[in-house]
Ligand binder design. Structure first.
Ligand SMILES: [Fe+2]
Length: 177
């Protein structure tokens, strides 16, 4: 065996955080969590993209809303990635790795109308909430309550983002509501 491959094996062993959960369980959960981390990075970038390129009469409200939502998404990434490390598995290492795992589509359009931005973010956040719910179900089935309880917080936060985006995207009626 070459010294390079034995170094690689030694390094891999060094990252094996001890856990009482079976390895097969931890691998399956880590795979789902890493995809959620990749999706969260993609959602973070899109939310900031729309924050930066917002326009129109509701600019201030939408610009600030998306800034808050971007901060919230970004704050969720580190605990989820660290959860994977607590399970003894590797998490994301690069932008290429994120691109490979993410399921959300990017939006590089030169111009997106404010209503289209909000509608797209509603769908993306709903997709993230659904992925988190699926992962949560698997965590509960496999008795990984640490990951399950973390996901519960972020499912609620994601649904809150959908709520705010939905209400913000509704057209005003003559009463101003
Ligand atoms: Fe900003």
């Amino acid at each position: 065996m070459s010294s390079k491959s034995s170094d690689a094996k030694g390094a891999k062993g060094a990252l094996r955080t001890p856990s009482d959960l079976p390895e097969s369980t931890r691998k399956k959960i880590a795979e789902e969590l890493n995809r959620i981390v990749a999706d969260s990075f993609a959602l973070y970038v899109k939310t900031k993209n729309f924050h930066w390129h917002m326009s129109g009469p509701h600019f201030r409200d939408y610009h600030l809303l998306l800034d808050e939502q971007g901060d919230q998404i970004f704050a969720s990434i580190d605990p989820l990635a660290e959860r994977v490390r607590k399970l003894g598995l590797p998490t994301l290492r690069s932008l290429d790795h994120i691109a490979k795992l993410k399921r959300l589509a990017e939006n590089d359009a030169d111009f997106v109308s404010p209503s289209d931005m909000l509608a797209e973010l509603i769908e993306d956040n709903k997709a993230v909430a659904a992925a988190m719910r699926d992962a949560h179900e698997r965590c509960e089935d496999m008795k990984d309550s640490g990951s399950a309880s973390l996901l519960e917080v972020y499912i609620d936060e994601t649904e809150r983002r959908v709520w705010f985006l939905f209400e913000a995207s509704r057209g005003a009626d003559p009463s101003g509501h």
